[in-house]
Design a binder for this molecule. Structure first.
Ligand code: UTP
Length: 291
């Protein structure tokens, strides 16, 4: 029986260069989709999956992320006095319980693997989740909960995957599978951003992982990979002799907020999924399409 997953690592130390000039001062993760910062969707998904401790791997200039998840006594007092209960609830929902938030600085953005390695002390020797806030998922069951449920059955590393068009394999970590087993597929390895004709499959990893802590020892070697960065996928590969590795085709749809078009798509999709907004939004979109 696999240990329960209680901790999530949220790497938020990247520079967000694809979103300049917006990210010159505002962290990419604080840009809102509709009315909530992107990172809040990730935290809400993790809470709904039973995560109790949130480890933000952060960098200078990203203090607003921790502030967003802290209490705001002045605002809360003002909203209480004015009996603005709905607004007060929104502020409180964005606040993590005391002791649930941990911050660790990455100092240098040396890659996703390095960001995860920074959380080693705080995670310790137990399975943990990694959520990349850029990837937003609309689903019936929170995507991370789907991974944690699968992990309870098979243990080891379980990563969220989706089928991508073959001409896009060079944008993702791609699973090397022995044979396709459907929803939960055992993998024998993964390849970082392979060219379409070299890709061992079209199953791409998205920004949701449940990982065995064995990955930390491999990350500790600080081996540089593609782009001279310390790659999480390389370290995962080196654990596969001893740690089972599965890809889960999750139920739901992923939106890549790390790109400008993906960000617009996420706003439209989350707007259309919002019961208060969808009836107003649909005719607007139709009108814009007919221009
Ligand atoms: P990305 O490469 O998509 O994010 O990393 P980025 O570097 O911020 O964006 P661009 O490419 O410059 O526009 C995926 C995730 O990993 C985090 C990022 O914050 C993002 O959530 N990350 C990446 C780190 O925390 N540290 C790193 O060294 C690299």
């Amino acid at each position: 029986m696999a240990l329960r997953v209680r901790k999530a690592v949220l790497p938020v130390a990247g520079l967000g260069t694809r979103f300049l000039p917006a990210t010159k001062v505002i962290p990419k993760e604080m840009i809102p989709v509709i009315d909530k910062p992107v990172v809040q969707y990730a935290v809400e998904e993790a809470r709904a999956a039973g995560i109790e401790e949130f480890i933000f791997v952060t960098a200078d200039g990203k203090e607003s992320i921790a502030n967003h998840f802290s209490g705001h006594p002045v605002l809360e007092r003002m909203l209480t006095e004015k009996k603005k209960n709905a607004e007060l609830q929104l502020v409180r929902e964005a606040t993590l319980p005391p002791g649930a938030m941990h911050l660790i600085k990455q100092h240098d953005p040396l890659g996703l693997g390095h960001a995860v390695w920074c959380a080693w002390e705080l995670v310790g020797d137990e399975p943990f989740a990694v959520i990349l806030p850029d990837d937003m998922v609309l689903s019936q069951t929170p995507c991370l909960k789907q991974l944690i449920d699968a992990h309870a059955r098979v243990g080891g590393h379980v990563v969220a995957v989706e089928d991508v068009p073959r001409d896009q394999t060079n944008r993702y970590g791609i699973l090397d599978i022995a044979g396709d087993q459907g929803t939960l597929t055992k993998a024998r390895g993964l390849v970082e951003k392979p060219a379409p004709d070299k890709a061992p499959s079209t199953l791409a990893i998205i920004g949701r992982y449940v990982l065995d802590p064995a990955v930390f020892k491999e990350l500790d070697r600080h081996t540089r990979g593609a782009g001279n960065e310390i790659q999480l996928t390389d370290a995962l590969n080196r654990t596969l002799a001893t740690v089972p590795f599965h890809g889960l085709r999750f139920e739901g749809r992923r939106y890549d907020c790390g790109t400008r078009v993906g960000f617009i798509e996420a706003n439209v999709a989350f707007g259309l999924a919002n019961p208060e907004m969808k009836d107003q939004l649909r005719p607007i979109i139709e009108r814009l399409l007919s221009l």
